[in-house]
Design a protein around this ligand. Structure first.
Ligand code: MLT
Length: 321
């Protein structure tokens, strides 16, 4: 009997090892839990491309929007843990959601195998061009005076656009109408069309519209200005340090995905993030790429844990306001 148990254990180890050696043998899916064209989608596609080039199979992006990214993240949590379904998540889906969804169907800390951090992306307050405000102070005055007709766009409760503007609104003391979309690419279209007044979005979302002069950027939610928009002052400079939001973007696999497979993915991501072309692309999008000592599964597990602990009281307090 002992011998049988030993042989079975050996077989399991051999199969896992063999799987990792050959993984991936077919195309895999990277779930992006938001609409195409926004920061999550653009980041997810960069990562899918890194995996494809370094692991020699297709990594196909599937946009599964809804419920602030929790629909797609739940699908990933429940997928077979074989390395063929991954999710490109972020601070919203994997740190803010537990504070905002009493019945969230997954636990970001225990239902995933972290693969690695990609980058952090500070948010901008992006405002419809016609709003008569060019500085944060002027926006605050306008928002207070027009609270009843003010529309804020976001990518669903728990998304990073929701979280950023929740921090902003609660600091200002306003309750605008919050209009949900499946991502901030459609929010941006609604701002351009004049149907939504503002949103809070990682730089790369509003960037082309700010550069084209069709959307105004009034503040960056960070301690430091972005080299891409050096004229846009920070929220700290403008006296609103509560508007501090630079969400992390990261890759996760379902819990139980073999360690060797996770290691292969993490190694591919690490190599990809060191490529000058990838570094340039992310920098051009306003992302702060993960430094080498913050990469890999362990660092991401620690980050998720600390972000859940940091955000839960802040978001509960801001929601209660
Ligand atoms: C997007 O990529 O659509 C948004 O940035 C998602 C979000 O707001 O969390």
């Amino acid at each position: 009997m002992k011998r049988l148990v030993y042989s079975l254990a050996l077989l399991a180890l051999t199969v896992t090892g063999a799987q990792a050696q050959t993984y991936p043998t077919r195309s895999a899916t990277v779930i992006v839990p938001f609409a195409p064209g926004g920061p999550a989608d653009i980041t997810g596609r960069i990562v899918a491309d890194i995996f494809a080039r370094h692991l020699g199979q297709q990594f196909v992006v599937e946009n599964v929007g809804g419920a602030g990214g929790t629909t797609g993240s739940l699908r990933a949590a429940r997928a077979a843990p074989d390395g063929y379904t991954l999710v490109s998540g972020h601070m919203g889906t994997h740190a803010a959601a537990p504070a905002l969804y009493p019945n969230l169907g997954y636990n970001p800390e225990t239902d995933f195998e972290p693969v690695g951090l990609i980058a952090e992306q500070p948010e901008l307050l992006a405002v419809r061009k016609e709003i008569p405000a060019n500085k944060l102070k002027e926006f605050v005055a306008y928002a207070k005076a027009n609270e009843g007709k003010l529309n804020m766009g976001h990518a669903g409760v728990g998304s990073v656009s929701y979280v950023g503007c929740l921090l902003l609104n609660s600091a200002i003391g306003i309750k605008p109408t919050m209009v949900p979309f499946t991502g901030t690419a459609p929010v941006m279209n609604a701002i351009l069309a004049g149907n939504v007044d503002y949103d809070c979005d990682p730089i790369l979302g509003p960037l082309p519209h700010v550069r084209a002069g069709t959307v105004k950027a009034l503040a960056i939610a960070s301690k430091k200005r972005s080299p891409l928009l050096p004229d846009v002052p920070t929220s700290f400079e403008q006296g609103l340090p509560e508007f501090d939001c630079a969400p992390f973007y990261a890759v996760f696999a379902p819990k139980g995905t073999p360690k060797d497979v996770i290691d292969r993915l993490a190694e591919a991501l690490n190599k990809g993030l060191d490529e000058p072309a990838v570094q340039k692309r992310l920098a051009d999008l306003g992302a702060d790429i993960a430094e080498p000592n913050r990469r890999g599964p362990k660092a991401l597990a620690d980050l998720v844990k600390s972000e859940v602990a940091r955000l839960t009281p802040i978001l509960k307090a801001a929601s209660a306001k």
